[in-house]
Design a protein around this ligand. Structure first.
Ligand SMILES: Cc1cc2nc3c(=O)[nH]c(=O)nc-3n(C[C@H](O)[C@H](O)[C@H](O)COP(=O)(O)OP(=O)(O)OC[C@H]3O[C@@H](n4cnc5c(N)ncnc54)[C@H](O)[C@@H]3O)c2cc1C
Length: 443
């Protein structure tokens, strides 16, 4: 009897407990499903997934099968072919991931087989860190303390790349990864491509931890310096596990390593929040304005387009939106500034901005995106207070003091072609705060 590993958001051979379990009893096969919902992904993210799967298949000597279809059909089909009674996979915690694993578990059971979920994409699985009374934390700082106290396991041993048995498919529904990788780029080009090979990602992480993490505490908010890890895409696709990163940080005592660890805890906190409040994927957890106060209609659409295209006349906002369009990534500080601008200067609902990020970020991660948007919008549980409205000029002076970042992304910045500011920040700030006060008084 063989086991089967169903590869999901854990596309790696290192530190992968579900994969280790699959290979623990001898021969095992591996499959990934190229599912219909991927049709709704952006081309750039689909291309990145195709490359990551391609690379993992290379690393397994070509044994990883990638097949088109619903996850349940693909996994049951592969389990039959491998004669596997047990299928191992990493447990998901997002609403769509949970629905998917439930469907696969039911289909396998109907077929006389079993899905065993093991591990998670987090150092500490959502739902584990709870207050003394067993309820979830709603505020980040006490969560961080409790999360540190809870601790996490050491990384799992690397899987044996030679241990995979290839599935010998007759009715071939294999996915042409080469073609998807290229086509995704052709229709939705970004430059540079995000690294997708596991070995290189680990090497880049080690470089970062040996070097830049030392100055991370001081420099991480400076978009002009490239002082962050760029780890988000690898974490989103599961090519590196958070536990691996934490283990590399463990011997270090610098402020930078401590702050970096705390940033990873934000990722865990947001996942925990979404797990406990799945409605947060679309609904504000804390309302901030009355429904009628949000802008709608043609003017709102035009304003959204100016924001989306990086033509607001606010250099830090425009540089960020252009970086996102061209590279599929944006610096965290600038993500906060553009999000605040959309919600609090343009008074557009955060969901509109979050949808645009879903279409453009390569590191898109449902929990991180929705909950970070809610944090900036002031609608989350532990949100930055609604009255904290980023001033795009002050942020530019503080975090891009030599204007290198904005000049890099806006070549026409100092020419007449660059638009005048589309609004008066001070006036919009006052209006938004007044509307917020009125809405609060009515509640
Ligand atoms: C509006 C908005 C939307 C966002 N959408 C996403 C998203 O879809 N996917 C995503 O991975 N991150 C998202 N973030 C969080 C953050 O901006 C990115 O994780 C970070 O910029 C990625 O760059 P890095 O890996 O170089 O970060 P580093 O500064 O090197 O941080 C290391 C890691 O810590 C974690 N981290 C850092 N900041 C945050 C944060 N605020 N929230 C959660 N985790 C964090 C990430 O996993 C990151 O890779 C969003 C932030 C905002 C304000």
């Amino acid at each position: 009897m063989t086991h089967l590993w169903w590869a999901r958001r854990d596309l790696r051979l290192h530190d992968n407990p579900a994969l280790l379990e699959a290979q623990a009893d001898g021969p095992f096969a591996a499959v990934a499903a190229w599912t219909p919902p991927l049709h709704f992904w952006s081309g750039r993210r689909r291309a990145h997934l195709a490359r990551s799967l391609w690379s993992l298949r290379e690393d397994t000597g070509g044994a990883l099968a990638v097949r088109r279809g619903d996850a349940a059909d693909v996994v049951v089909g592969a389990a039959r072919e491998a004669d596997a009674r047990v299928v191992w996979a990493t447990r998901e915690f997002s609403p769509s991931g949970v629905a998917e694993q439930d469907a696969v578990a039911a289909a396998l059971e109907d077929d006389g087989r079993e899905l065993r979920l093991h591990g998670s994409p987090y150092a500490v699985a959502p739902g584990r860190v709870v207050k003394g009374d067993g309820t979830p934390y709603k505020v980040y700082t006490p969560f961080l303390d409790a999360w540190r106290q809870h601790g996490w396991r050491r990384p799992a041993d690397p899987a044996d790349p030679a241990g995979f048995t290839a599935l010998d498919s007759k009715d071939d529904v294999a996915v042409d990864l080469d073609q998807i990788a290229a086509h995704g780029d052709a229709e939705d080009a970004i430059e540079p491509r995000h690294e997708f090979r596991e070995e290189r990602l680990i090497a880049a992480l080690e470089d970062f931890i040996d070097g830049d993490v030392g100055s991370y505490a001081e420099d991480r908010d400076r978009p002009d310096l490239d002082a962050t890890s760029h780890l988000s895409t690898a974490l989103a696709f599961g090519q590196i596990h958070a536990r691996t990163v934490l283990a590399l940080l463990a011997p270090l005592r610098s402020d930078g390593s401590r702050v970096f660890q705390a940033e990873l805890a934000w990722r865990e906190f947001h996942a925990d929040t979404l797990w406990n409040a799945p409605q947060a994927r679309r609904e504000s957890l804390t309302p901030v304005l009355d429904e009628k106060d949000w802008e709608t209609g043609r003017d709102a659409d035009d304003a959204f387009k100016a924001w989306r295209d990086g033509r607001t006349g606010f250099p830090l906002v425009d540089a960020g939106m252009r970086q996102l369009a061209q590279t599929g990534w944006m610096h965290n500080r600038v993500r906060m500034v553009v999000a605040s601008f959309l919600v609090k200067d343009l008074r557009l609902p955060w969901q509109r901005g979050a949808d645009h990020f879903r279409r453009t970020l390569v590191d898109y991660d449902h929990a991180q995106n929705q909950l970070n948007w809610q944090w900036v919008a002031g609608t989350g549980r532990d949100a930055s207070p609604f009255f904290r409205i980023f001033n795009p000029h002050a942020q530019l002076e503080r975090f891009d003091p030599h204007q290198r970042y904005v000049q890099r992304w806006i070549p026409e910045l100092d020419t007449p072609e660059y638009p005048e500011p589309m609004l008066d920040h001070k006036a919009e700030r006052e209006t938004t705060l007044r509307l917020h006060k009125q809405a609060k008084a009515r509640r």
